[in-house]
Design a protein around this ligand. Structure first.
Ligand SMILES: Cc1cc2nc3c(=O)[nH]c(=O)nc-3n(C[C@H](O)[C@H](O)[C@H](O)COP(=O)(O)O)c2cc1C
Length: 337
């Protein structure tokens, strides 16, 4: 993807379409000024309101929100870029945007190999400009065929909310299967918005873990926790299949935070797709950073983790046993029957 217009150092999150599986028919397309303006090299997040700094990397505000969504639902990210970059001077961007809006100009987009037919669900992300989406968003909506797809808008703004953007986007895609409720986050809140984003995705029913297909594809397992045997499923994902090879598998588990029991494993899985910083009660997860497996049983209403975990299965029995356990317990996963 051509990036010659953008000189500011931003962590790459360009379109990745190579690994789109049945469970990943989600596209997160976004426009962010930081990806569409020629910032000088010395501009950083502390000097530009339009950039978020995390772990030494700079992100456009809307780009950061796009990444939070991807952490929850997976899918591919596509950066919407105009051929003609926007100025870095705020007033100059305002002027150009007004001119584009007044003339109903659809700025030409950088050519891409995006194959929109691969996707059922398309998130559309943007900064609010003059109480609407930037014209580049309407370029995207007119260029790609979004008929019969589920469209989900999301945006960042400086305090005035989503304006008329949701309505105008819905009007621009009359053939969409549905347009779900959007989420608008004020720019300074974006870096702490992981929980808000996860909750919104659960509410509109598109978080990956609420996808019944994922669970339906699971294989029945038992989870022996001390003397009690619980039922569960292990998902039909590459990582879950890899870990299943080690069943029956016992982890020496430790309770943590009143929400999970985790224990180290002595193998190193290779299929590490789909990490996320949220969980639902009952999730069985693998964590690459801590090289362990965990069962989460409480606090799903505040599902914010400091490292990524990858769900590989689910405990389907009642979870109340976990409230009673001693802090150290052996947990054995095995195929049922
Ligand atoms: C041309 C322009 C117009 C804007 N208009 C609005 C507005 O009407 N309401 C608002 O709340 N914020 C407005 N903003 C602020 C941006 O929406 C906000 O800073 C956004 O988070 C930037 O996201 P980005 O870093 O992804 O570009 C405007 C910013 C620009 C550059």
């Amino acid at each position: 993807m051509p990036q010659s217009q953008t000189t500011v150092e931003l962590e790459s999150s360009t379109t990745d379409q190579g690994e789109n599986t049945d469970e990943s028919r989600v596209l997160i397309a976004y426009f962010s000024l930081g990806r569409n303006a020629e910032y000088p090299d010395d501009v950083d997040a502390s000097t530009s309101a339009s950039l978020v700094l995390e772990n030494g990397q700079q992100y456009g505000t809307t780009e950061y929100m796009a990444n939070l969504i991807q952490q929850n639902v997976g899918g591919d990210i596509h950066m919407i870029q105009t051929i003609n970059p926007y100025p870095t001077d705020f007033d100059a961007v305002v002027d150009r945007n007004h001119a584009e809006m007044d003339a109903d100009t659809l700025p030409e987009l950088v050519e891409s190999d995006l194959d929109i037919s691969q996707y059922d669900t398309v998130f559309i992300g943007y900064p609010i400009w003059a109480t609407n989406a930037p014209q580049a968003i309407f370029s995207f909506l007119s260029e790609y065929d979004l008929a019969d797809k589920t469209i989900i808008p999301f945006c960042t703004h400086d305090g005035y909310g989503a304006g008329s953007s949701y309505t105008d986007i819905a009007e621009a895609v009359p053939g969409a299967a549905q347009v779900l409720d959007g989420l608008a986050i004020q720019a300074p809140d974006v870096s702490g918005a992981a929980g808000t984003v996860a909750q919104w995705l659960q509410e509109i029913g598109v978080d990956k873990k609420s996808d019944e297909n994922v669970q339906a594809k699971g294989t029945a397992i038992t989870i022996a926790v001390g003397d009690t045997v619980l039922d569960g499923v292990i998902y039909d994902t590459e990582l879950a299949k890899e870990i299943q090879e080690y069943f029956p598998l016992t982890i020496s588990a430790v309770g943590f935070g009143g929400r999970e029991f985790y224990g180290g494993v002595d193998f190193y899985p290779e299929n590490l797709e789909g990490g996320q910083r949220t969980f639902e009660n009952g999730d069985i997860t693998y964590c690459e950073a801590h090289h362990n497996m965990a069962i989460f049983y409480a606090q799903t209403d505040n599902p914010v983790l400091s490292v990524d975990v990858i769900p590989i299965g689910k405990v389907t029995s009642d979870l109340s046993i976990f409230d009673e356990l001693p802090n150290n317990v052996d947990i054995t996963f095995a195929l049922a029957g």
